[in-house]
Design a protein around this ligand. Structure first.
Ligand code: PHE
Length: 452
């Protein structure tokens, strides 16, 4: 891996690329249903607090590691200290778990585009439509295959640049449309109660168990949404120029990513609370059940729905491409395979791994590891187990092996690091202690060994 790395052209290039990876289904599909599941306002509060501390520190750290070493995860950890290469290996395994089920959901989005484009949006507003769709065997698999194939073709032909160009105007459009839909939803009669449940924390209902679960859920979501703890930001950092200001860029990415997530929640959760649509037991289907109801009420809603899902598809594609690109480059670097073969192998591997997630809502719905459907199970393993472990190891590695000052120096190459103290304390103490406590209690809880 001694090739010279090209750099992003300027700061904006870096921020857009990192935001392209960060903003995706995590913000629009995952955040709202987690917020609904974990008590609305409390989840939001915990999430924002974690984003400003953990998220900030970890993202600065990963980008700095990448820029310092000029390598992606495995090479970067190897360079910093050979004994700890395994952290890079572990981080690299995360995208391999995520991509297959990410593509299953990308397939659902694709299906909903066809539904709205063919003028059947009204049918999708029916409460049982989503469940009826995902419980079939063949159709969701076909859409999963289509989404995965498009991702693979883009990576194979190296046309990400083209997609990035398109998404440069699709993303702002997505934001504008989301704001428009939020305004529409907020104007609906009786929506106040739903908005209150989403935004205002209900402290009276907190118990130790619920808080632990909320924190773990919010932490997993934070890593997922900001593409942390899986080596991706290290890779992006390796392309960053020395004069670009890491701290400022992180603030901007964070603001953008969190802002979109909170807006997406505002678009979905209150509407689902008031109009019905999957809120009784919020899960992966929430966006797909709640939004068609909103579009059905809206004048011209089928067109808005079609455009909206197309924009979501683009956000999903920029993320799935960054996931696949990471996996492909790891295999190419590690085994020296050629890119075409690697793309094919990764594509086939993802197909095989994605099938259970897709069938988990129908044919294989009786298989419930830890009481979860298969997609939620893979999601749990990557976000609530692997990513916290990688984050923990990364923090300990920085805090006690290479020392925070190594990265502070790297970050200060382009100016003063204002939140240096916060960074050091979070990386060295706060994050490791919190992650250990949360992880232990949640794993014990998941296995039913210990009730908090
Ligand atoms: N951050 C992306 C999202 O919010 C998901 C993602 C994870 C993308 C990991 C790339 C890598 O959807």
């Amino acid at each position: 891996m001694s090739e010279k790395r090209s750099s992003f052209t300027g700061k904006i290039g870096f921020i857009l690329a990192a935001a392209g990876s960060a903003v995706g289904l995590g913000n629009i599909w995952r955040f709202p249903y987690l917020a609904a599941k974990y008590g609305g306002g409390i989840f939001l509060l915990v999430y924002v607090l974690l984003a400003l501390t953990f998220g900030f520190a970890l993202m600065c750290a990963e980008i700095a590691i990448g820029r310092k070493t000029g390598k992606s995860a495995i090479g970067a950890f190897h360079d910093l200290n050979k004994k700890y290469t395994f952290i890079g290996v572990l981080a690299s395994a995360v995208p391999i778990i995520i991509l297959p089920y990410y593509a299953v959901i990308g397939g659902w989005v694709t299906k909903y585009i066809t539904v709205f484009v063919s003028g059947q949006g009204a049918a999708a507003a029916d409460g049982s439509y989503f469940g009826g769709f995902v419980s079939q065997s063949v159709e969701p698999l076909v859409f999963f295959l289509i989404f995965m194939a498009v991702t693979a073709l883009i990576v194979l032909f190296g046309v990400e640049k083209g997609i990035e160009k398109v998404s440069k105007f699709m993303m702002p459009l997505l934001v504008v449309m989301t704001i428009g839909i939020v305004i529409y939803v907020l104007c609906q009669p009786g929506i106040g109660a739903g908005v209150k449940a989403y935004l205002v924390p209900d402290f009276a209902s907190i118990t130790a168990t619920s808080l632990t679960k909320t924190i773990l859920g919010a932490m997993g979501q934070l890593f997922y949404s900001m593409s942390l703890a899986m080596g991706i930001m290290i890779t992006y950092g390796s392309y960053m120029k020395k004069e670009d200001h890491i701290e400022k860029s992180v603030h901007q990415i964070e603001l953008f990513d969190t802002g979109i997530a909170i807006l997406a929640g505002l678009m979905i959760v209150p509407a689902a609370t008031v109009f019905g649509g999957g809120i009784e037991k919020p899960g992966p289907g929430l966006m797909f059940s709640a939004l068609p109801v909103v579009f059905d009420k809206m004048p011209g809603g089928h067109i808005v729905g079609a455009v909206f899902f197309i924009l979501v598809l683009f956000a999903a594609l920029t993320s799935s491409i960054s996931l696949m690109e990471t996996i492909v480059s790891i295999f190419c670097d590690k085994f020296g395979w050629n890119r075409k073969v690697t793309c094919l192998v990764v594509f086939l591997g993802c197909l095989a791994l994605g099938v259970p997630s897709s069938l988990g809502f129908g044919l294989w719905s009786h298989i419930l590891p830890l009481g979860m459907d298969l997609l939620t199970f893979f999601d749990f393993i990557s976000n609530s187990v692997m990513m916290p472990i990688v984050a923990l190891l990364t923090c300990l590695f920085i805090g006690f092996v290479i020392k925070p000052v190594t990265l502070v120096e790297e970050i200060e190459q382009s100016g003063r690091f204002k939140l240096k103290k916060l960074f050091t304390v979070v990386i060295k103490y706060v994050a490791p202690i919190c992650i250990v406590l949360i992880l232990i209690s949640s794993v014990l809880d998941a296995f039913g060994l210990f009730k908090i």
